[in-house]
Write a protein that binds this ligand. Structure first.
Ligand SMILES: NC(=O)c1ccc[n+]([C@@H]2O[C@H](COP(=O)([O-])OP(=O)(O)OC[C@H]3O[C@@H](n4cnc5c(N)ncnc54)[C@H](OP(=O)(O)O)[C@@H]3O)[C@@H](O)[C@H]2O)c1
Length: 332
């Protein structure tokens, strides 16, 4: 019988990347979950041979049914959907319920061998209670829920996803043009040397997930409880400098206060600012798993970035794409 890989969020960025990589890999029969099987995105998946099923992560019974018979599951929640219309506290509640529903449904999936949970680290633990980042908070509470359920924990890889290259177009990161100064600036409440861990192209997510699924002895071992999907780490200043080089613009990094950024972007500044402050405070501990253990990355998984030293320049297939290359493919 064919092994089934079920992908939550199959119509979105992360899930879509996992579906694309799995269809190429051909090891799994791919099942995609969506709330609307009649959307254009769902129809496009069907046309590629994906079994598209309807389920809502707010409704645990629908997820149990959609997971039935799965060998592997890629599961995620989308904090930013409730955050669009609610405050951060309410969005955390919604996301925690959704993530817990997914874990409960995974616990009921008898055929399940590998659960890949798209999540983020516990910022409060890492900063000794100082910084809670709302879009990390519910995800890390779900990590704790999973760890409490040994049956699921032993089948789970905590899958940390770093910053998409496309975030440069989002509020707070999009450089602000100041024509009078012939400059493009970014305003952040942290110092320019703050580390920013980057995913590169979202298409990398699928490559990471397939590498995780193919190496269970590495990714399900109790001593390596988390995987980080990332291509590179740049400082905040270098990130803007790199964008300036690619876009052909003069740039300036401006450090200011969280309060000042909130005057510009409101709750988006609070959200992204909390993340930036966490990264500044956490430094090299930013991607620690919940017990403080080591998190494994692309090198341990055997993944290479196109163009990096030692990479085979002719081997496009299966290579990760870094942030600079994504930006070079965009219009500025
Ligand atoms: N931006 C970054 O750099 C970054 C980095 C790390 C982590 N993240 C996290 O990534 C998550 C967002 O993932 P994404 O970028 O893939 O989002 P996306 O492209 O907006 O896609 C969201 C997906 O979730 C599905 N979905 C949403 N609510 C659902 C529900 N109630 N039931 C079933 N499916 C539902 C949607 O499916 P349908 O609409 O078809 O139902 C869609 O496929 C966020 O939680 C964010 O914190 C982002």
């Amino acid at each position: 019988m064919a092994k089934i890989l079920t992908v939550v969020g199959a119509t979105g960025i992360q899930g879509g990347s996992v579906v694309a990589a799995a269809l190429k890999d051909k090891i799994y029969k791919v099942r995609g979950i969506t709330r609307n099987v009649n959307s254009d995105a769902a129809k496009a998946l069907k046309a590629k041979g994906v079994e598209v099923v309807a389920a809502d992560v707010n409704d645990v019974d629908s997820i149990v049914k959609a997971f039935e018979g799965s060998t592997a599951i890629y599961a995620l929640t989308n904090f930013f959907e409730p955050f669009l219309t609610a405050d951060a506290e309410e969005a955390i509640k919604v996301e925690e319920l959704q993530g817990t529903n997914l874990a409960k449904a995974a616990l009921k999936t008898m055929s399940l061998e590998h659960y890949v949970w798209s999540t983020l680290p516990d910022t409060k633990r890492i900063t000794d209670g100082e910084i809670e980042v709302p879009h990390f908070a519910a995800k890390s509470r779900v990590n704790t829920f999973i760890k409490k359920h040994e049956e699921l924990a032993k089948k789970t890889t905590l899958f940390f996803v770093a910053s998409y290259a496309s975030n440069i177009l989002s509020p707070v990161f999009k450089p602000i043009e100041v024509p009078a100064a012939n400059l493009n600036i970014q305003l952040h409440p942290v110092g320019p040397s703050t580390p920013h861990t980057l995913l590169g192209s979202p298409t990398n997510i699928g490559l990471f997930v397939l590498a995780v699924l193919h190496q269970p002895s590495l990714t399900l071992s109790p001593s390596t409880p988390a995987v980080l999907a990332a291509t590179e780490i740049l400082s905040y200043a270098k990130y803007l400098e790199l964008w300036g080089k690619v876009a052909g613009k003069r740039t300036a990094y401006v450090q200011t206060t969280l309060g000042d950024t909130e005057k510009v972007w409101g709750k988006w500044a609070s959200e992204i600012g909390a993340m930036s402050l966490f990264w500044e405070k956490a430094g090299s501990r930013a991607w620690e798993a919940s017990g403080g253990e080591r998190t494994i990355g692309r090198v341990e998984l055997g993944l290479r970035v196109k163009g990096e030293e030692g990479a085979n320049v002719d081997a496009e297939e299966g290579m990760l794409v870094g942030t600079e290359e994504v930006w070079r493919g965009m219009e500025w």
